[in-house]
Design a protein around this ligand. Structure first.
Ligand code: TZP
Ligand code: MG
Length: 231
């Protein structure tokens, strides 16, 4: 899979905490169920709890699942875990390893995504050669309570509008996206089309917390492609 060809439309971010996942469910089982629906296009393994050995073990299991589904696996924060597993890349925030360092460690062929919540962070990530931006937090969410800023759809649009026209960077938004707002967020962020319209939405609880992860994924992808009423 060439990194230029990655489809970011429906980007699943994992969460292993019982609050999101429910007590009896295993993160790999939920990802496997979601992938079976055929709608998830990209997976990020995000786990703030495990020790390195446990992270590598779970990342290996997830990579086997994503490879079978033909979608990329990215690891949140941990370049070392991504390297150990040989998956497709990483996602880093503003307080993680520097983009230039991650690029040196991973090389040009791996995917590096960066979280941005304002225009300055976006410009810096573009200059540094990020492959995609995770723009947010769009709406307040219980999944990640210590977010720096809630930017709303307006903030998301402001960032998209200022991405340099010649930048190849891709974009997803994150934070509180679910079936009730996915269509509106996707359409408002793409019409009238700036140079860079949104390439996808990233969700945690809308899929990881769903009773039927495959059905929830298919419904989200359908909504992304459906104009909201009065669009
Ligand atoms: N980064 C910004 S918000 C967020 C992350 C990882 C969590 C989003 O979770 P949800 O459940 O999709 O609102
Ligand atoms: Mg991080």
């Amino acid at each position: 899979m060439r990194k230029q060809d990655v489809d970011y439309s429906l980007y699943l971010v994992t969460d292993s905490t019982p609050a999101v996942l429910g007590v009896r469910r295993d993160v790999c089982a939920v990802v496997e169920a979601a992938l079976r629906g055929g709608a998830v296009t990209c997976v990020q393994y995000r786990d703030k709890t495990g020790d390195t050995g446990a992270l590598v073990t779970t990342a290996r299991r997830l990579h086997a699942l994503t490879q079978r589904a033909g979608v990329p696996l990215l690891v949140n924060d941990r370049v070392d875990v991504a390297l150990a597993v040989g998956c497709e890349g990483v996602h880093i925030g503003q307080d993680d390893v520097e983009l230039a360092t991650a690029r040196r460690l991973l090389g040009e062929n791996k995917i590096i995504g960066v979280t941005v919540s304002n225009v300055e962070e976006m410009l810096e990530a573009c200059r540094g050669g990020a492959d995609y931006l995770g723009i947010g937090t769009v709406f307040a969410t219980v999944t990640k309570e210590n977010t720096k800023s809630i930017i709303g759809v307006d903030g998301l649009q402001q960032i998209l509008l200022r991405i340099p026209a010649d930048s190849p960077v891709k974009t997803v938004c994150i934070g509180g996206i679910n079936a009730s707002n996915a269509s509106r967020v996707a359409w408002q962020s793409s019409n009238p089309a700036p140079h860079h319209s949104l390439d996808g939405i990233a969700v945690v609880s809308a899929i990881m917390g769903a009773a039927d992860p495959a059905g929830a994924s298919r419904e989200l992808l359908r909504l992304l492609r459906t104009p909201p009423p009065f669009a």
